[in-house]
Write a protein of this length. Structure first.
Length: 261
């Protein structure tokens, strides 16, 4: 058990990649706080599954784009127990050609993905510094932090911003023994990708040709990466990105979000 008696907060932890990360951490003995924003039933189900794995777990509702809600959430958690691990996972994506991006879409993705990551990251880091026991902070980004996809520009911009946020935090928090890294996820089977597949016919076939390992990623793949970055095994790793994307970065051509006429 890598994380016995440890506590982790995972934002957006009730579904998709967040849920996969919660599960893999719990399998290694980590107690979990599952953050969610809307679906309480899904959050309760996730918590029940985590408890069945033999750890303590509970859910807290908070919109990470609202600082007051984030501060209240972290205060509630730290009043009950310390936080050893943070996984900043909450995020959204909207698929739009650049010339059609609205200010509403820009604000939504920037506020949740980038501002939300800053809000939670700063408040939890303050707790870790005050506690003087170090900690692990992980941001879930995407290979789009390095290369954009067509019709996915704003999302790619926010993920690139999170990469630099993590590097800046890693630099300043190293003296406090707080490691900060990112997981750059590839194409992973989640609700978001179901929408993507519907919007861009032929996407599955294109990805199978582009990804060297010839398969989509799974939430379990991302969870196992999080276990590594949250554990003592990564104590000498900070300010880095772990690419978990099946090799897509070594192939050429990221115009995967296209529709053939």
């Amino acid at each position: 058990m890598k994380f016995k008696q440890k506590w982790a907060l995972v934002t957006g932890g009730s579904r998709g990649i967040g849920r996969g990360i919660c599960t893999e951490l719990a399998r290694q003995g980590c107690n979990m706080v599952v953050n969610y924003v809307s679906d309480s039933n899904r959050a309760k189900k996730t918590v029940s599954e985590l408890v069945d794995l033999g750890v303590e777990a509970y859910a807290l509702k908070a919109d990470v784009s609202h600082r007051a809600q984030v501060d209240a959430m972290v205060s509630k958690i730290t009043a009950r127990h310390p936080l050893d691990i943070l996984v900043n996972n909450a995020g959204v994506v909207q698929f739009e050609p650049f010339l059609e991006v609205s200010m509403e879409s820009w604000d939504l993705q920037c506020n949740i993905n980038l501002k939300g990551a800053f809000n939670v990251g700063q408040e939890v880091a303050r707790h870790m510094v005050k506690r003087k026991q170090g900690g692990k902070i992980i941001f879930v980004t995407s290979f789009n932090q390095e290369v954009p996809n067509g019709s996915q520009g704003v999302y790619s911009i926010t993920k690139s911003g999170i990469k630099m946020l993590a590097k800046s935090m890693a630099l300043e928090l190293a003296a406090h023994k707080i490691n900060v890294n990112t997981i750059a996820a590839g194409a992973v089977v989640t609700d978001i990708n179901k929408e993507q597949i519907e919007q861009f016919p032929g996407l599955v076939e294109r990805l199978e040709k582009i990804i060297p390992l010839q398969r989509w990623g799974t939430v379990e793949d991302m969870g196992k990466a999080a276990v590594y970055l949250a554990s003592p095994d990564s104590d000498y790793v900070t300010g880095s990105t772990l690419f978990v994307e099946g090799g897509i970065m070594i192939n050429n051509g990221m115009m995967i979000n296209i529709v053939q006429d």
